[in-house]
Design a protein around this ligand. Structure first.
Ligand SMILES: Nc1ncnc2c1ncn2[C@@H]1O[C@H](COP(=O)(O)OP(=O)(O)OP(=O)(O)O)[C@@H](O)[C@H]1O
Ligand SMILES: [Mg+2]
Length: 255
């Protein structure tokens, strides 16, 4: 069994002072090691809530989450969360930002530090390591944020609309960069996005969610050629077919 993550009947109801918000109806899901899975669904349906549960920050009201076969009851250092905004600290240089998770986890291990250096070098940020984030382009900042996410050496990456603050052109480039980093570092990824094309271009599998309270509407195995980059995959003959199908599903949900 090479399953890294399992959600078994996960449900969530938020309790606020004035209301109960039924966010997640029932989500069961298995993700294999090394898989790249995209989650797509209507606005406000509960996507971020699902990631927060997997990150261990939020306890599900119903059901269970298993990570590497063990029930997940608190945040695990092997699961890293990357958010929409790059969230680099403006007062820290790029390298100081990248080493932050090691500082927080009080990791003194020199190998981990060398590993972050390797990532900065390999992914074109070494010469900017002493710069502050404001000096970098949006795409470079996003790469730096990904390297920081990788510093804790996680097995599973949770990506919540990581590209939505970028302009279209940069977004396409960063998508390719992030994809190749995740693949060459052999990580498992769960990406939340609003962008159907982005999901088809990057994912091995797409999960389409219903509106709130959410459950899985459909699952699509994207059998495009995985040896080519996400940008190139957009040109594949089946791309339009996938787009059309998923667009229809989402459109029906949004009615
Ligand atoms: N802390 C909270 N307390 C109460 N309700 C919440 C809380 N967080 C989210 N919700 C509600 O739960 C539902 C799902 O929210 P969530 O942020 O998970 O959706 P989403 O699919 O990520 O939305 P978006 O597409 O806007 O990113 C929404 O109706 C939201 O208002
Ligand atoms: Mg969200």
């Amino acid at each position: 069994m090479n399953e890294i993550l399992k959600l078994d009947g996960v449900g969530l109801t938020y309790h606020t002072e004035t209301a109960e918000i039924h966010a997640i109806e029932d989500v069961s899901l298995d993700i294999a090691k090394g898989e790249f899975v995209a989650i797509i669904g209507p606005s406000g349906c509960g996507k971020t809530s699902i990631l927060s549960i997997i990150s261990g920050l939020l306890k599900p009201s119903r059901g269970k989450v298993y990570f590497n076969g063990k029930e997940l009851v608190k945040p695990d250092n092997s699961i890293a969360y990357m958010l929409q905004r790059d969230e680099l600290f403006p007062w820290r240089t790029i390298e100081k930002n990248a080493y932050l998770p090691l500082e927080i986890m009080r990791v003194k291990d020199a190998k981990r530090k060398t590993d972050v250096e390797r990532l900065l070098k390999k992914y074109g940020l070494w010469e900017f390591r002493k710069s502050y984030p404001e000096r970098l382009s949006g795409g470079m900042r996003q790469r730096a944020a990904l390297i920081r996410t990788l510093a804790s050496s996680p097995e599973l990456l949770l990506l919540d609309e990581p590209f939505s603050a970028l302009d279209y052109q940069t977004r396409l480039e960063v998508c390719d960069d992030v994809y190749s980093i995740i693949k060459s570092e052999k990580k498992t990824a769960l990406l939340v996005t609003h962008d159907i094309s982005e999901a088809i271009a990057m994912a091995d599998r797409i999960i389409v969610l219903t509106r709130r309270p959410t459950k899985i509407l459909n699952m699509h195995l994207i059998d495009t050629d995985k040896s080519i980059s996400p940008l190139k995959r957009r040109e594949s003959p089946d791309f339009g077919k996938w787009f059309e199908r998923i667009w229809r599903e989402l459109n029906n949900e949004n009615k």
